[in-house]
Design a protein around this ligand. Structure first.
Ligand code: UT7
Length: 333
């Protein structure tokens, strides 16, 4: 049975950088509050007419393919994680496919919020292990800044969420020493409304877009930050421990944990719960904010460039988010 190996990682963020100071003026917030509560110092937000969900992803995917030394013509599947696609349908995977000239292959979006990238990676891993595919692009891309009003009523989430894309190339290999060791996926819909955008939904009104919807619709992101935080710290640690146990490892064996970049305090809490050293946990939320499905591949890209992910390293990815969903992957790089 073939194994699946990550052979290249790339990422992209819009050129427009928005600092905490920029938000002070419009959101009734402060640089100090944002840094202390989240760790964020700046984020990237799209420029209308320049950035789209799919073209950011295409830039990330090109970088990943170059680093993997794989041609677009060799890719046989795209698994694309996003909750902010360019169209209501079809998914952004189709638009990125078109931009990269990959007609005819298998492509699809998956919508699993902050755990989306790990869910997508698990899909790729299993398609490769069963022999159905050999060279897969796994993407996480989000354009979230358009979901948020830039006003004080939106400050609780408006300072956090941001735009960007990341991608990895996953390829079939016979080498048991460099591969995805396991993936672990979990969900609990009991908490669906703790972090969600309700409208436009398909079932609340007689017509999808109607006067009634425009009058009464709830388009604002609804976010019970405290409840999400409490669940996140428990589920993150559980997911990591499950991955380590499944492969006979302990936290001390980890070379690097790359958590979904939700909040620096969550990363620190998880680090302490697992007894990890600071240098075993990678954070870059300071520069990107929370980019949902894109945060892990962006972080992997930066960690790899900084020489923090090396041949033979034991790497753990972990995420928690809306749904609730939580997930982990253990990788021998
Ligand atoms: O990626 C998916 C997973 N996401 C997460 O895991 C996020 C989990 N949650 C969090 O990270 C935190 O709950 C937040 C960062 C979202 C919020 O931090 P918090 O410590 O839970 O703050 P809070 O919501 O309890 O608000 C504390 C105070 C409130 O004022 P009062 O009632 O104490 O007077 C808020 O109105 O901070 C106020 N506040 C703000 N002040 C300045 C809320 N947002 C802001 C803001 N700037 N942006």
């Amino acid at each position: 049975m073939p194994h699946a190996r990550i052979t290249g990682v790339g990422y992209y963020a819009p050129e427009n950088i928005v600092t905490n100071a920029d938000l002070e003026a419009v959101m009734g917030t402060s640089d100090q509050w944002i840094r202390e509560r989240t760790g964020i110092e700046q984020r990237h937000w799209f420029t209308r007419g320049t950035d789209t969900n799919a073209n950011m992803a295409a830039k990330a995917a090109k970088m990943a393919m170059e680093r993997a030394a794989v041609l677009p013509s060799e890719i046989d599947m795209i698994v694309y994680a996003t909750i902010t696609p360019d169209y209501f349908f079809p998914g952004s995977a189709f638009l990125m496919q078109r931009e990269l000239g990959m007609e005819g292959i298998t492509v699809f979006d998956i919508r699993q919020q902050c755990s989306g990238f790990i869910y997508a990676l698990a899909v790729a891993d299993n398609f490769i292990k069963t022999g159905m595919k050999r060279n897969v692009l796994v993407v996480g891309s989000e354009l979230q800044s358009t979901l948020m009003d830039k006003d004080p009523a939106s400050r609780a989430f408006g300072v956090i969420f941001a735009d960007g894309a990341g991608a990895v190339v996953v390829q079939a290999t016979e080498d048991p020493d460099h591969r995805i060791l396991s993936t672990h996926l979990f969900a609990d819909g009991t908490h669906a409304e703790e972090l969600y955008v309700r409208d436009p939904g398909s079932s609340r009104y007689d017509r999808f877009i109607s006067e009634e919807l425009l009058q009464n619709g709830d388009f604002r992101l609804t976010f019970n930050g405290k409840a999400v935080f409490k669940h996140a710290v428990v589920r993150f640690s559980e997911a990591i421990q499950v991955a380590l146990d499944a492969n006979g490892y302990a936290p001390a064996d980890l070379s690097l944990l790359v958590p979904h970049q939700a909040n620096i305090r969550i990363s620190e809490y998880v680090r302490d719960q697992l007894g990890l050293r600071d240098d075993q946990v990678f954070n870059n939320i300071q520069h990107y904010g929370n980019t949902t499905a894109a945060s892990i591949p962006i972080a992997m890209g930066e960690a790899w460039e900084q020489g923090l992910i090396k041949d033979g390293d034991l790497l753990c990815l972990a995420a928690f988010g809306s749904g609730f969903t939580w997930a982990s992957a253990l990788i021998r790089w």
